[in-house]
Design a protein around this ligand. Structure first.
Ligand SMILES: [Fe+2]
Length: 207
């Protein structure tokens, strides 16, 4: 069973690539962002379309869980769709001044004790993860948690709303930071758009 971080922000029903709301960020170059967004993210969007197309004519006879065309397409569908959703959330939650504000700060303080304690764990998760770190709201426990996810479609926790998404795959930072992942995480934190994070609380009616 593959668990994924459900309810990642997505405004697309039929997936089409979304434009970046900025060209570069404080500490992240246009080149780094364009490779990440225009090549990698758009690549996931195109793959979702290709998989959708292939699913229309896939053979549903003789399907099994070791190998079948349907299985392979459905597994890669979760990888590609989650790749699109996580990247959209990631790009959208950047472009701000990094200063926590609004309702999310109350929830963070309630569930982590302080902004600093949350930040310390979130940033450490950025070093522990192989793919993603998501500040998520668990709809079952009604609490925030920092979720680590190694692949788009492996890891994560069901029934969670993703509020803040950090991409720690090397492609997200290697052009600008090489192996200095911690430096990239610092820069990420300084560029968070907390207004966007708060808009997700509103969108999913989280409290
Ligand atoms: Fe990425």
């Amino acid at each position: 069973m593959y668990a994924s971080v459900n309810l990642v922000k997505s405004t697309n029903t039929k997936m089409e690539s979304k434009k970046l709301k900025y060209k570069k960020l404080d500490g992240i170059s246009e080149k780094q962002l364009s490779e990440h967004h225009d090549v990698l993210y758009v690549g996931y969007v195109n793959k979702v379309a290709a998989i959708d197309k292939a699913l229309k004519s896939v053979n549903l006879e003789g399907v099994n869980a070791t190998f079948s065309d349907l299985r392979e397409l459905k597994i890669e569908e979760t990888f590609a769709v989650n790749g699109v959703k996580l990247h959209e959330a990631y790009f959208d939650n950047l472009g701000g001044n990094g200063l926590p504000s609004g309702k999310i700060t109350e929830l963070i303080k309630r569930d982590f004790g302080s902004i600093d304690s949350w930040k310390k764990e979130f940033m450490a998760c950025g070093l522990a993860a192989r793919g993603w770190v998501v500040l998520a709201f668990d709809l079952d426990t009604k609490k925030l948690r920092n979720v680590v996810c190694d692949l788009h479609n492996q890891g994560g926790v069901w029934n969670c709303v993703s509020l803040l998404v950090l991409d720690v795959y090397e492609h997200a930072y290697f052009i600008d930071f090489a192996t200095a992942r911690a430096k990239y995480i610092d820069v990420f934190m300084k560029n968070i758009d907390w207004a966007d994070v708060n808009s997700r609380l509103k969108k999913f009616k989280v409290e």
